[in-house]
Design a protein around this ligand. Structure first.
Ligand code: AMP
Length: 472
């Protein structure tokens, strides 16, 4: 199938050709036709499937008739609203809107917290047809009456599951109440909980369901590996793995901001270049840490779930769960950062005794048994030469959305961070080519490392117990 078979306008086909895309991804092939026909859509698709173009292209086509070059703000009311859970994702979506809409004179803007609000107000005053926003900052604008949503006819909730996880539901409801009832609505979500289905029921009218990966699936190009290790030994094991396997680009997940900070600091002290991103860091700091990671200046990026959501990092080879996520759906999200666009990736989880139940919940959700590697030799060396000081696992979780929101407020107008949103389109690493891969992808592969010198592992660790080396 080609893009022209989907009924897209010539201006869009040109923008697609400029990107070098030759054929639609599965989610695009399934979602674009009903959206073009004006239907509501509920799509199960993760980041990396091409979902952004899947809603952006038909949205641009639906709005094309309103495109104009008038300087009058009145000629540019907000007609489409795209809500995303995080600032980074909002920036990426806005980048796509600009990329695919470059031959159509529709205006777009992105608003999110952590940066000065004034430039956003100026942009909104001038008039934009397409607004990409995080809920908290959008409510700030609505409160200040710097945006009017009464003409919105097209709504997208992107990564809706994450928005609910972050506690955005009340905000979403407040925003929905300010939209015209007559509109086309789309809901994209990587995972489907009952809460999401409930929200979809409220939001969508006779939606077309689009599914390109099975519910709560993990992609087949990712190999999974679990190390059972004491909580206090996790950092040493991680340093050891990174050094011995010469791992170069590692996204590490911690459950808390303090834990992420501390781990990044300690890894750095261990001689492994590391930085942390989480919601207490300013947007400027987050963007810089991400840029340095993508450029390879920093080997390890330690992140919390909120900060890492939606990141599209080109060819990310390793994801490490330093802490197992409290919710098994988050394992799917975390692991989805690697093994994208047909590349191989490896998901390593460091699991302490206390996390056994979390591991069981993940295995239940995925309906697979994750292969286990005993720390073996590493553990024996550690016991015979213990390090000073005890490391307690962190207990304060990443804040729910309210707290996150407060930090957005704190850093809003008065804060001396970069006054402008960084220009996402200037960062080519947010995009990478899509390679079609299988849609039915449920088997966790056994622990064959995707990258890194295999031999070193074999020399350092005892082989896994046969009973544990099982597959789905
Ligand atoms: P997304 O799932 O929206 O985050 O998209 C993932 C990546 O796939 C983005 O970097 C897009 O540039 C890329 N992409 C989207 N559609 C296509 C396509 N039809 N062919 C090749 N690459 C694509």
């Amino acid at each position: 199938m080609s893009f022209s078979d989907l009924g897209l306008a010539p201006e869009l086909l040109r923008a697609i050709a400029d990107q070098g895309y030759t054929e639609p991804t599965p989610v695009q092939a399934k979602a674009i036709p009903p959206i073009l026909q004006g239907q509501d859509v509920m799509a199960a698709a993760q980041t990396g499937t091409g979902k952004t173009a899947g809603f952006t292209l038909p949205m641009l086509q639906r709005l094309k008739e309103f495109a104009n070059t008038s300087v009058s703000p009145a000629r540019h009311p907000v007609r489409a609203l795209i809500l995303t859970p995080t600032r980074e994702l909002a920036a990426q979506v806005q980048d796509s809107v600009k990329t695919y809409g470059k031959h159509i004179p529709l205006r777009s803007a992105v608003v999110y917290g952590g940066v000065h609000i004034d430039p956003q107000i100026a942009e909104l005053r001038a008039g934009v047809e397409i607004l990409v926003a995080t809920p908290g900052r959008l409510l700030d604008h609505l409160g200040q009456k710097t945006v009017n949503l009464s003409q919105v006819q097209f709504l997208v909730l992107d990564e809706a599951d994450r928005m609910l996880d972050m506690g955005f539901l009340p905000d979403i409801k407040r925003i929905l109440a300010m939209l015209p009832a007559k509109r086309q609505s789309l809901l994209f979500s990587a995972t489907y909980s009952d809460d999401i289905r409930g929200l979809a029921k409220q939001l969508l009218t006779n939606p077309v369901s689009v599914e390109v990966a099975r519910r709560n699936s993990v992609i087949e190009t990712v190999t999974h590996l679990v190390y059972k290790v004491e909580a206090a030994a996790k950092r040493d094991l991680l340093t050891h793995l990174i050094k011995s396997r010469d791992m170069r680009q590692v996204l590490v997940f911690c459950n808390t901001k303090i834990g992420a900070n501390r781990l990044a600091y300690k890894l750095d002290k261990d001689g492994v270049g590391a930085a942390a991103i989480h919601s207490d860091r300013t947007q400027g700091e987050r963007m810089q840490a991400l840029a340095e990671f993508k450029e390879g200046k920093t080997k390890v990026l330690v992140a919390t779930d909120i900060a890492a959501r939606g990141l599209d990092i080109e060819q990310l080879p390793f994801v490490v769960n330093f802490d197992l996520p409290g919710s098994p759906e988050d394992y799917v999200h975390r692991v989805g950062r690697t093994g994208r666009a047909g590349m191989t990736g490896e998901a390593i989880s460091l699991v302490s005794d206390e996390e056994r139940d979390d591991l069981a919940a993940i295995e239940k959700l995925l309906n697979i048994k994750l292969p286990v590697q005993e720390p073996g030799q590493f553990e024996r060396e550690r016991v015979s030469a213990p390090r000073g000081g005890s490391r307690r696992p962190e207990s304060r979780p990443e804040p729910r959305r309210d707290e996150h929101r407060r930090s957005e407020h704190r850093s809003a107008p008065s804060r001396s961070v970069s006054p402008r949103a960084p220009a996402p389109s200037a960062d080519p690493l947010f995009s990478r080519p899509y390679t079609p891969s299988s849609e039915e992808t449920q088997t966790a592969k056994p622990a064959a490392p995707a990258r890194g010198p295999k031999k070193q592992i074999a020399a350092l660790f005892l082989p896994p117990a046969p009973a544990e080396k099982q597959d789905a």
